[in-house]
Design a protein around this ligand. Sequence first.
Ligand code: HEC
Ligand code: HEC
Length: 298
Amino acid sequence: MRGARQRIVCRNTVELPAIVAALVLGAAIGTACAQGNARNGEYLAKAGGCLGCHTQDRKDAVAFAGGRALKTPFGTFFGPNITPHPQAGLGRWTEADFLRAMRLGVRPDGAHYYPAFPYPSFTRITDSDLRDLWAFLRTLPPNSRPNQPHELRFPFNWRYLVLGWKWLFFTPGPFTSDKGRTPLVNRGAYLVEALGHCGECHTARNFLGGPKRDRHLAGTRKGPEGKSVPNLTPTRLKKWNDAELKEFLETGLDPEGDVVGETMGEVIRNSTGKLTPEDLAALIAYLRALPALADEPK
Ligand code: HEC
Ligand code: HEC
C-alpha cells in the first residue's frame, strides 16, 4: 500500500526527465521520489496553525474535518475538511494538487482560493516542507463531514473576482533567506512570514483587503472581527525583554500578568506555544530585527 501510494506521488510530482537523469547519474530513484516526512509535517502544521481554521469550534469536533466559521468584513468563511476522505476531504488529491493549492492558491479544478486561506503567506513555505505537510495530512483518519458553502456578501461571493485580488496583492514563491541576516533571524523570518502568517492579522489592510506593505507587522486598529491588533515591530515590543516575550508566546500571559484575548490566545495554544525553544528564540530574534514602525494614527 505504502509502495503503491509512493508510486502515485512520484508520477505526479517528478518529471520524466528528472527520473531519467536520476537513473543516468546512478542516484537512487527513491531519493528523487522521497516521500515527505509526516512527523516533521505534524510540527509544521502546528507552526502554520492549520488546526484552528480547519476544525469546528466545539469540544467534540474532529480535528481537521473542517467547519470552523471565520468571520471577515467580506462575510463568513468555513474552513474546509482537509482529512483524506475521498468525497468530503482531500482523499482524491495528489501531492501536486496540494503544492499548487498552497503555493499558488489554485484549486485542482483551476478556481482561485479566497485569501481567507492564508496562502499569500503559505506560498513562502519551501517545497520540502510542503511535502512534509502533505505526508502528515495523509496520516489523518478520513472524516466524512461535508463542507458547507461560505456565506459571503455580494459581490465577494463571485469567486473569480479573487483573480483580480491576486493580481494586485499576491506574489507567489518560496521564502529565500537574506544573506545579510544571521541564520537565526532567517529561521525566524521563515516562521513569521511563511508558516506563522502573523501578518494576516498584524498588518493593516486597505479597503480591498490587501496588506499595506509599508505597514508590515505594524498592527492595525481594524483587525479580524473589527478589533485592534498590536504592533509587532520594536516600537512597542522593546518594552518587553526576550524572556517576557517568550513567556507570552508560550502561555498567553503578558508581563503585567494579564491573560491574552481569544484570537491571539488560539494562535498561542495551537501554534507559538508548540514551537521548539530554538524556533521560538528565532521568531523573537526576527521580531527584534524588524524596522521600528509607528503605531497607526488614531
Ligand atoms: C486563517 C484560517 C486558515 C488557516 C490558518 C489555514 N487555512 Fe486552509 N483554508 C482556509 C479557508 C477559509 C479555506 C477555503 C478557501 C476557499 O474556499 O477559497 C482553506 C482551504 C485549504 C485547502 C483547500 C481545501 C479544498 O477543499 O479545496 C487546503 C489544502 C488547506 N486549506 C490547507 C491548509 C494547511 C495545510 C494549513 C496549515 C499550514 C492551513 N490550511 C491553514 C483557512 C485557513
Ligand atoms: C488570527 C489573528 C492573529 C494572528 C494570526 C496572530 N496574531 Fe498576534 N495578536 C492578535 C491579537 C488580536 C492580539 C491582541 C491580543 C490582546 O490584546 O489580548 C495579538 C497580540 C500579539 C502580541 C502581544 C503584543 C502586545 O504588545 O500586546 C504578540 C507578541 C503577538 N500577537 C505575536 C504574534 C506572532 C509572532 C504571530 C505569528 C506567529 C501572531 N501574533 C499571529 C491576533 C493575531
